[in-house]
Design a protein. Structure first.
Length: 268
């Protein structure tokens, strides 16, 4: 049974990339695992009973002690932010809406400026194509004259015609006129953040910041820590006795913190 747990943690990471029903299934699975690990004991004797009946685990995949500590810091930040999470979410959502409206105005202005620029460039590109066609004919004539000069052994004329041909080709390829008339292509305004700021998202972001993780990474690691903290790490091939003891000490702290989080109404 212990071998199943790392797979559950991996499944936790995968389900974050799946639609809501799959995540919901994992949530039920996690709850079942935690319930089985603690024996679903409640009341004053719950902690002692849970310690005695907690499921053992000897492999937690890639989870490190450092990550457990960082997630614990994230939990502390979530607890600290919980009292004002609702107000903060409303404020951030309001700010985001203001930024979205400003972006839409900037985008309309950009679309107009780019349409004007594109029309100018199209006109100049057509003129450039015309110049290129004319230059091609002129170069053909110069090549014919150069051939005759070479046949006559007039190398001075050949050199003069070569320089003239280079000038004609340079003018045909010069995009300077279009740039000077039309200017540089307008740059699109940066799109605003599209995060939906719910109280839960505010707490997640605060936790990720305190943990020094990207929000997506924090979400996955958070799930793993919650799952494994309901179990007891035992020494074996992967963990030495000091390592296992250190993990178990951290998980004891995590369980105490998550109990406070549940009382504060923070989703786990």
């Amino acid at each position: 049974m212990a071998r199943l747990v790392p797979a559950l943690a991996t499944f936790a990471a995968v389900t974050l990339l799946l639609p809501v029903p799959a995540s919901a299934q994992f949530g039920a699975l996690k709850k079942k695992a935690q319930s089985a690990a603690t024996g679903a004991v409640t009341g004053p004797a719950a902690a002692a009973t849970a310690d005695a009946t907690r499921r053992e685990i000897d492999d937690m995949g890639s989870l490190t002690l450092d990550e457990v500590g960082r997630v614990q810091q994230g939990f502390a930040a979530e607890l600290a932010a919980a009292p004002k999470a609702k107000q903060e979410a409303e404020a951030r959502q309001k700010k985001q809406e203001s930024e979205r409206q400003a972006y839409e105005r900037a985008r309309l202005d950009y679309d107009k400026r780019r349409a004007t620029w594109r029309a100018c460039r199209d006109k100049e590109d057509d003129a450039q194509d015309k110049r290129s066609g004319e230059a091609e004919k002129e170069l053909e004539a110069l090549q014919a004259r150069m051939k005759r000069a070479m046949e006559a052994g007039n190398m001075e004329e050949v050199q003069r015609l070569t320089q003239e041909a280079m000038k004609v080709g340079g003018k045909a390829m010069d995009g300077g006129p279009a740039m000077s008339k039309c200017g540089e292509e307008p740059k699109a305004p940066p799109a605003p953040d599209n995060t939906f700021w719910s109280p839960e998202e505010v707490l997640l972001q605060e936790g990720a910041k305190a943990a020094g993780m990207e929000p997506r990474v924090y979400r996955v690691t958070r799930e793993m820590v919650i799952l494994y903290s309901a179990m007891t790490v035992k020494p074996g091939k992967k963990y030495s006795e000091p390592d296992a003891a250190a993990f178990n000490q951290k998980f004891t702290e995590v369980r105490a913190t998550t109990a406070q989080m549940q009382k504060a109404g923070i989703p786990l």
